[in-house]
Design a protein around this ligand. Structure first.
Ligand SMILES: [Zn+2]
Ligand SMILES: [Zn+2]
Length: 220
């Protein structure tokens, strides 16, 4: 069981932008792994212009972690989202959850700090550290019955605790950039996946990768 402490980082106004939760979430992950970057540097690395000002495309959180020497992957969970969170947490992987902010369509990012049989605890860059939600409360925000521009549903970024292994030759079929699927999470390019996962997204171009066998359909 992972007992890693996830130091809290609130989102802060940077370059006139208030919605810096993605960068703050990544700061918490880096902090838990011994890194001490500046929030403003992380923000400028991952923020891109969107329809409502600067925003953070989820896959770029994985790209930034990879650039910092960590194995990372942007994933969409399958039919057992809570089991997926538990598996990552117990394996010591840090998890950034892409979820709705209350009843709004707006996307938000928080870091998983604990999960048990009834509840999930998040370090929420807006609402505070160790923000506790019942399973159903989390699922309503994380896997809503509809997708929004900023929340596809069931999407997370997993960042590994170990330094990235020597790079493999796995590349994205869409953009030919490096796109590694961590085998220790049950993902691979050349075989079936653990059913916890429905899809992965390229850290460079956000292209969708799905398991090669038809046991799960891609919904993203
Ligand atoms: Zn937010
Ligand atoms: Zn790509």
């Amino acid at each position: 069981m992972s007992t890693a402490l996830i130091p809290y980082c609130p989102q802060q106004r940077i370059d006139g932008c208030e919605r810096t939760c993605g960068a703050a979430a990544l700061m918490m992950v880096y902090g838990s792994l011994g890194g001490r970057p500046r929030l403003s540097d992380v923000w400028r690395s991952v923020a891109r212009p969107g329809n409502h000002g600067m925003r953070v495309p989820t896959h770029l959180l994985a790209a930034d972690a990879i650039a910092n020497g960590r194995p990372a992957v942007c994933l969409q969970v399958g039919d057992r989202p809570l089991d997926a969170l538990t598996a990552l947490h117990e394996a010591g992987w840090r998890v950034i959850v892409n979820h709705l902010l209350a009843a709004h369509d707006e996307g938000h990012f928080s870091v998983l700090t604990a999960i048990d049989d009834h509840s999930v605890t998040l370090n929420d860059p807006l609402l505070g550290p160790n923000h506790r939600l019942l399973h159903d409360e989390l699922l309503a925000l994380w896997t809503p019955p509809y997708r929004t521009e900023e929340v596809a549903g069931g999407v997370l970024v997993a960042v590994g605790p170990a330094k990235a292994a020597p790079t493999s030759k796995d590349v994205c079929p869409a953009c030919s950039s490096a796109f590694q699927l961590p085998r220790e999470l049950g993902l691979r390019w050349d075989g079936p996946w653990d059913r916890l996962w429905r899809a992965a997204f390229c850290p460079s171009c956000d292209a969708l990768a799905c398991p090669p066998l038809p046991h799960t359909a891609c919904s993203a």
